[in-house]
Design a binder for this molecule. Structure first.
Ligand code: NDP
Length: 236
């Protein structure tokens, strides 16, 4: 087993974030999840936070630091979609998705970096999406926010790489969660046909890649984009 770490995952009450939290608990880490509603899985500390609100994140981090210790691994997972074609996309559709998916990562990583700099050790893992680099009609807001996470991780690597901190992106393809269940059936069937693996992925498969990036084995991996997509995004 890797060294036991204090891990914080945003949006850990359901979907991919919850599976990531379960995996870190199973691997013997001390795990906190942020949730706007509901609770994280058994064995985690649940703290309330909205990633669009820096002060709520600050309070959540302060609580985690008091109960578990400084955050050593941060997983920016919370995300939303508001899909529609460009001509129908409102300013609010665009701003709210960017403020949650990209702004949320900025706020949570900025807060986490304080403790990481002090400890001279940290792991930043940003949950992007295959559509960030592949593109997706009807998702200009979402894919832009996800592509931007690549620039974020690579700039962070250049800023903090010499301080024992790595920053990487995990880019899931189509994973079975509430987010994909809400897609129309014919869209789901079309996507499945285009995935070389011939199936959707599971949240646990995403969690495996995240756990590896946080492990001692991945100490020299930074600024990477790790696809977990059954081959869907190959070449991008
Ligand atoms: P879900 O819709 O199942 O869960 C989203 C999570 O994000 C929930 O915990 C939700 O909290 C939280 N969240 C949303 N907005 C905020 C906010 N403002 N503040 C705090 N928490 C928030 O999504 P998935 O599990 O499918 O997705 C998780 C991540 O993986 C997202 O970043 C998504 O873009 C990405 N992804 C998902 C893919 C998929 O196929 N499912 C594919 C590629 C990437 P609440 O319950 O309170 O709403």
């Amino acid at each position: 087993m890797s060294t036991s770490r204090v891990v914080l995952i945003t949006g850990g009450n359901r979907g991919i974030g919850r599976a990531i939290a379960e995996r870190f608990v199973a691997d013997g880490h001390r795990v906190a999840v942020t949730a706007r509603s509901g609770e994280g899985p058994e064995g985690t500390l649940t703290v309330r936070a909205d990633v669009t609100d820096a002060s709520s994140l600050d309070a959540a981090f302060t609580q985690v630091e008091a109960e578990l210790g400084p955050v050593e691994v941060v997983v920016a997972n919370a995300g939303i979609t508001k899909d529609t074609l460009l001509l129908r996309m409102t300013e609010d559709d665009f701003d709210s998705v960017v403020s949650t998916n990209l702004g949320g990562a900025f706020r949570v990583v900025k807060r986490a970096s304080k403790g990481m700099l002090r400890a001279k050790w940290g792991r930043v893992i940003l949950i992007s999406s295959v559509v960030g680099l592949f593109g997706s009609a009807g998702q200009i807001n979402y894919s832009s926010s996800k592509a931007a996470l690549v620039g974020f991780a690579r700039s962070l690597t250049r800023e903090l790489g010499a301080r024992g901190i790595t920053a990487n992106v995990v880019a899931p393809g189509f994973i079975e969660t509430d987010m994909t269940a809400s897609l129309p059936e014919d869209t789901q069937a079309e996507y499945k046909r285009s995935i070389p693996a011939g199936r959707y992925g599971s949240s646990a498969e995403v969690a495996g890649a995240v756990a590896w990036l946080a492990s001692d084995d991945a100490a020299y991996i930074s600024g990477a984009v790790i696809p977990v997509d059954g081959g869907l995004g190959m070449g991008h």
